[in-house]
Design a protein around this ligand. Structure first.
Ligand code: ATP
Length: 219
């Protein structure tokens, strides 16, 4: 059976999550305490309910424990986001994913049982900053506190060389996971694959090693 999702809080983030899941063909129940927000979302997802997620009875009545994943996308009202997370975990929802405003908010959410905490503003800020530092950095995804994936545009010294010649793993401690050439993605590059101008290298590694790599090959 297909997974069933609930998204609580129809701000920009919650709406985007609900819309994407719905477009991918999943059933989504969207909840917001605001009447206008619920009306706005009703033509995007199948089921919409106006309710306050800090009202335990209301959540029980909606049978939220039977859903696989609940996304809590309440931003500004930190108290409501924490209370909602506690209620959902106590009800037995298997997976609760919560958007956090700040690191401290995130810490509290983990303590009260959130299965995953996401920081969309912080993550997007980091991605934009990396792109600003080097125009060759196309994208940046943090995997953990110490490890990330970067997409770097091949130019200068990278072009015309093979992975064997560049010896990135030995010199920088990073791994080239893939090479994008136009629309084609080579997800298992060989040591003798040659890097062409405008290829995009997908590199995974420790942040400090990636920085070293970016400084050497970025522009
Ligand atoms: P974004 O940045 O994603 O636009 P935000 O971080 O500014 O969102 P808010 O606008 O504070 O977040 O909240 C998102 C939505 O959550 C709003 O539509 C709001 O009505 C709803 N919301 C806030 N508190 C509750 C609650 N207790 N129960 C249900 N919905 C709530």
């Amino acid at each position: 059976m297909k997974k069933q999702f609930v998204v609580i809080g129809m701000g920009r983030f919650g709406t985007s999550v609900a819309k994407t899941l719905s477009n991918l063909g999943f059933e989504v129940l969207a909840i917001d305490s605001d009447e206008i927000r619920t009306q706005e979302i009703s033509n995007i997802v199948t089921h919409v309910v106006q309710a306050d997620s800090t009202d335990e009875e209301a959540l029980r009545a909606l049978g939220l424990r039977n859903f696989d994943v609940v996304v809590v996308a309440i931003g500004e009202d930190i108290q409501a986001s924490i209370l909602t997370t506690i209620i959902l975990k106590e009800m037995g929802v298997p997976k609760v994913i919560v958007k956090a405003q700040t690191e401290l908010h995130g810490k509290v959410l983990r303590k009260v049982g959130a299965d995953k905490v996401v920081f969309p503003e912080r993550d997007m800020g980091q991605r934009v900053a990396h792109h600003l530092i080097s125009s060759n950095i196309i994208d940046y995804i943090e995997l953990s506190e110490d490890y990330s994936i970067v997409e770097i545009l091949a130019s200068g010294q990278l072009v015309g060389k093979t992975l064997r010649q560049l010896d990135i793993r030995a010199k920088f401690g990073c791994n080239v996971m893939g090479i994008k050439t136009g629309d084609r993605m080579n997800i298992a590059p060989y040591a003798d694959d040659m890097i062409k101008e405008n290829d995009i290298l997908v590199v995974v590694g420790k942040n400090t090693d990636l920085q070293h790599f970016e400084m050497t090959f970025g522009e």
